[in-house]
Design a protein around this ligand. Structure first.
Ligand code: PLP
Length: 452
């Protein structure tokens, strides 16, 4: 079928996530057809370099047959297996054991779901149950951060610190969730040096704990580096200080590693990069490189032992918890990442190059701030570089820049006014050059359009 025919059917029947459908009716959707390496193609034959790894998930790139074979073999052998009623299966057990061996110390127990949102739901139910069983049911409040994104279910949307999420339906934010400022130095502490700012920003957690009452706080919930909000990467002093504060007040530390996990920060997990040991850690996206939906909520011995020893039956679970094909694909994905040393090679050979390319945008008339950790980068667009003033929301400059990039063959996402880049970890240096070349053309065209 021609592009237009697909667009007609798309408009008539398919509701897309996070989409202004009235706007989509004007433009029509791009119809993607296939992917290979870091590229995707559409029905018009246009090749697009995927600067976003899909949605921060396609870490090993598109088109790896080994993952397809792993899924097919598992489906032929055992296509589905429930694990509710004293049944288990090899793929889930092997994956749980593998994750326990890779994760920071003590995270020895894993619960599986299909999406990052569900993993965060599991984490929230676990936290509340943990404190009930620990005889401190008054510990109900969970502290999260502004600008964060943790998913689209009621609880995950409430944890998110993006107010438009709250008007998207449902009485949210749900009670018992409060937010603190994120360690966004460009906006919240540009006059400080980075180390000093990290300590000050961590102090916002302690302030909130004292304001709420330390005996009422259940957990602190955050991404190690915040992909939402546009690659908000804390200084190295931030997380150790956060961990110290959590220990001081016996607040559980929960790391949403749905994006950071599996190499994005240049280490296997964001917790490794920032040197922390969370009590719970959620994984998704890169766990299967996006080939099949799977997420995990890993728990420390302290938390899991409480559930196991005191909890009895826990009324929590999903039909697709530990789906055999998804677990088999995750195992194959991890095997490839390990055997091809993809994370280590990206850290040594690509991360410094990616950073040096990002830094060339410091002088661009539209760019106020350049941020990155590993292969997660952000270029923040401002109207006035001196005052750091942003463009008015209605100007939708980030969206305009994304459109310019897509026209030229690059998926380059606007997170508010910050342009995000997080390519597959298998990108090559020439492909990085292509990606940044198009990003610059898109920003130049946007500057002309907005008369900068
Ligand atoms: N957590 C983070 C940090 C995310 O970026 C996302 C999605 O982008 C989620 C959770 C939700 O994951 P999912 O879309 O798989 O539900």
């Amino acid at each position: 079928m021609e592009t237009q025919a697909w667009q007609v059917l798309d408009r008539a029947h398919y509701l897309h996530p996070f989409t202004d459908h009235a706007g989509l009716r004007q433009t029509g959707s791009r119809v993607a057809t296939r992917g290979e390496g870091v590229y995707v193609w559409d029905t018009d034959g246009k090749r697009i370099i995927d600067g976003l790894s899909g949605l921060g998930c396609v870490n090993i790139g598109y088109g790896r047959k080994e993952l397809v074979n792993a899924a097919a073999e598992q489906m032929l052998e055992l296509s589905f297996c429930q694990s509710f009623f004293k049944t288990t299966h090899r793929a889930a057990v092997t994956l749980a054991e593998k994750l326990a061996s890779m994760l920071p110390e003590g995270l020895n127990h894993v619960f599986f779901q299909s999406s990052g949102s569900e993993a965060n739901e599991t984490a929230m139910r676990t936290i509340r149950r943990y404190w009930d069983l620990a005889g401190q049911p008054q510990r109900r409040v969970v502290i999260a951060r502004e600008l964060a994104y943790h998913g689209s279910t009621h609880m995950a949307a409430s944890l998110s610190g993006i107010p438009p999420m709250y008007t998207a339906g449902g009485d949210i934010p749900l009670p018992g969730i409060v937010h603190i400022k994120t360690p966004y130095q460009y906006r919240h502490g540009p006059e400080m040096n980075a180390d000093e700012f990290g300590i000050v920003a961590a102090g916002w957690l302690e302030e909130k704990i004292l304001e709420v009452g330390a005996d009422k706080v259940a957990a602190f919930f955050a991404e190690p580096a915040q992909s939402a909000g546009g690659a908000i990467c804390p200084p190295m002093t931030y997380w150790p200080e956060i961990q110290r504060i959590c220990k001081k007040y016996d607040v559980l530390l929960v790391a949403d590693e749905v994006v950071c996990g599996f190499g994005r920060t240049g280490q296997w997990f964001g917790a490794d990069h920032y040197g922390i040991t969370p009590d719970l850690m959620q994984l998704g996206k890169g766990i299967t490189s996006g080939y099949l939906p799977l997420s995990a909520c890993a728990m420390s011995d302290r938390v899991a032992d409480m559930l196991i020893e005191k909890g009895g039956e826990w009324a929590h679970g999903f039909t697709y918890s530990g789906h055999p094909a998804c677990c088999a694909v995750a195992l194959e994905n991890i095997r490839i990442l390990e055997e091809e040393r993809i994370v280590e090679t990206a850290a040594a050979e690509l991360v410094p190059y990616f950073r040096s390319k990002l830094e060339t945008f410091v002088d661009h008339p539209l760019i106020g701030d350049v941020r990155s950790v590993g292969l997660m980068g952000g270029l923040e667009i401002v109207q006035n570089k001196k005052t750091r003033e942003s463009f008015p929301y209605e100007a939708k400059i980030g969206e305009a820049c994304s459109t310019e990039a897509l026209k030229r063959g690059l998926a380059f996402r606007a997170n508010g006014d910050t342009m995000s880049l997080m390519p597959p970890l298998v990108i090559t240096r020439p492909e990085i050059d292509t990606m940044f070349g198009i990003a610059r053309e898109a920003l130049d065209a946007t500057a002309v359009k907005y008369d900068v």
